[in-house]
Write a protein that binds this ligand. Structure first.
Ligand SMILES: Cc1ncc(COP(=O)(O)OP(=O)(O)O)c(N)n1
Ligand SMILES: Cc1nc(C(=O)O)sc1CCOP(=O)(O)O
Ligand SMILES: [Mg+2]
Length: 212
């Protein structure tokens, strides 16, 4: 019997979705355990976001992963997503919680235990710290330190996500420090062997870090 590892993979969609993205996503999810998929379409019109949710949501939910929407709790509720992720400048956490009801709410907290405490008090289901490593996916507003993750994991029950430049090659300290989820874009979607290979490599690295 294989125990479920304490740290799981959280996929975020790439900045531009190719035409065959639903197939790529299905293959990635079939390659190994993925806890959640976040649809992140920056600056897309609502209609495009809504159509994309309708296309991808069944692919994700039929594989028992949570389907979360970036930035838009309102559309998450309207279109049957499992929750939403908001950043510090998207909306107040309490407002997001009110819109989402019992759905999952994740909140970006950069490198700040204070923001994370506030988010937890306002109803966040998980807090996200990052960026831990340089990333080409987005200009991160701040870099995060392992000590922040360590302090959070030691004292708080609310799960934490680590994000930013995470790869199979650099994720071990994050896993060993207590990140419950590793959120990745490039490590999977830009993997030279394709996304399914990217998922396998991340899961192997998480398992190795957990064992070591
Ligand atoms: C899991 C996770 N963590 C952090 C972010 C970043 O959110 P935000 O700061 O709102 O930036 P954008 O992603 O909206 O550009 C995230 N999306 N997911
Ligand atoms: C969406 C996002 N938010 C970040 C933050 O620091 O809050 S870093 C980031 C990009 C993550 O992509 P990759 O895995 O390719 O580095
Ligand atoms: Mg945001």
């Amino acid at each position: 019997m294989t125990a479920t590892p304490d740290c799981r993979l959280y996929l975020i969609t790439p900045p531009v979705l190719p035409g065959n993205f639903a197939d790529l996503l299905a293959a990635a999810l079939d390659a190994g355990d993925v806890a959640a998929v976040q649809l992140r379409l920056k600056d897309a019109p609502d209609l495009e976001v809504q159509k994309t949710i309708e296309r991808l949501r069944p692919v994700v939910q039929s594989r028992d992963a949570a389907f979360l929407l970036n930035d838009r709790p309102d559309l998450a509720v309207k279109h049957g997503c499992d929750g939403a992720h908001v950043g510090q400048s998207d909306m107040k956490v309490a407002q997001a919680r009110k819109i989402l009801g019992d759905l999952t709410l994740g909140v970006t907290c950069h490198n700040s235990l204070h923001l994370a405490m506030e988010a937890g008090e306002a109803g966040a289901d998980y807090v996200a710290f990052g960026a831990f490593f340089p990333t080409a996916t987005k200009e991160p507003p701040e870099m995060a330190e392992i000590s922040t993750l360590k302090s959070w994991a030691e004292i708080m029950e609310i799960p934490c996500v680590a994000i930013g430049g995470i790869t199979a090659g650099n994720c071990a300290p994050l896993v060993q420090t207590g990140a419950e989820f590793l959120a990745v874009v490039g490590a999977v979607w830009n993997h030279p062997g394709g996304p399914a290979e990217g998922v396998r490599a991340m899961i192997k690295a998480i398992a190795a870090a957990t064992a070591g």
